[in-house]
Write a protein of this length. Structure first.
Length: 251
């Protein structure tokens, strides 16, 4: 259960965006019916691709709002592409974690996760839970979902990611009894794929996408005056380096 951020920019990604996103660790919506209001302070992570190459990947346990490492990493990303040279692009992913199980509040379970597959480095972050235990004590369910996606990914195209998403969704329902939320962001550095799906608590499992002209932002809750119109359920948004947005119905 988390808050997520994704950005595709042809120029810089400004530092104040990271500050506003970090505020969701303490001010973001908590799941309805949750037994506490601890926010999303169990972990944080940032990943950044520059011109298709993974340049930054940092994550840790704890709250982003209390972590100098978070703000230092954000500043490092914000300094990239300061000069708007032609052909430059950034894809940034951010995650604020609310652990489903308290004992799993450790650095290795902080998102985004990265893995090399099909000649590319992939970054992945997720908001939601699988309903049945995966049987793997070394991985949380988000990592299992990531591996399932990659296992069904035949190529790096939008169509390939859409087919992998559809297949992974079917596996999760058949093998793990379904999910609370299946919201995720996935990138190989050439595009950002954003998917929203849920089987319960749709008021919490939200995602918003807005084209701000110089960049496209996706976030669990609107930040930086984004439009407050959530993505539809069961639709995969693919945002290219050129800021083109394509939509694919998954289910």
């Amino acid at each position: 259960m988390c808050r997520m951020l994704g950005v595709v920019s042809r120029g810089p990604v400004y530092y104040d965006l990271f500050e506003e996103f970090a505020d969701l660790a303490t001010q973001g919506m908590c799941p309805l019916g949750a037994p506490d209001e601890r926010g999303h302070k169990d972990g944080w992570g940032l990943a950044c691709f520059q011109n298709g190459a993974l340049k930054v990947h940092m994550r840790d346990a704890g709250s982003a709002t209390d972590a100098s490492k978070y703000y230092g990493t954000a500043w490092k990303i914000a300094k990239l592409n300061i000069e708007r040279a032609p052909g430059q692009s950034l894809i940034v992913m951010g995650h604020l974690r609310r652990a489903s199980v308290g004992g799993l509040v450790v650095q290795k379970f902080a998102h985004p996760f990265v893995e090399e597959r099909h000649g590319a480095m992939w970054a992945f972050q997720h908001n939601g839970s699988l309903l049945r235990d995966t049987g793997d004590s070394e991985k949380i369910d988000s990592q299992v979902l990531f591996e399932t996606l990659l296992d069904h990914l035949d190529d790096r195209s939008r169509e390939g990611v859409a087919q992998a998403t559809k297949a992974a969704r079917a596996v999760v329902i058949d093998k793990f009894g379904g999910f609370t939320g299946l919201n995720f962001m996935l990138s190989d550095g050439t595009a950002l794929h954003v998917y929203r799906d849920f089987q319960t608590n749709g008021q919490y499992y939200t995602l918003y996408v807005d084209d701000l002209g110089e960049m496209v932002i996706a976030a669990s809750e609107p930040i930086l005056a984004m439009k407050a119109e959530p993505m539809p359920r069961g639709v995969l948004y693919t945002i290219s380096e050129e800021l083109k947005i394509d939509r694919t119905i998954i289910g």
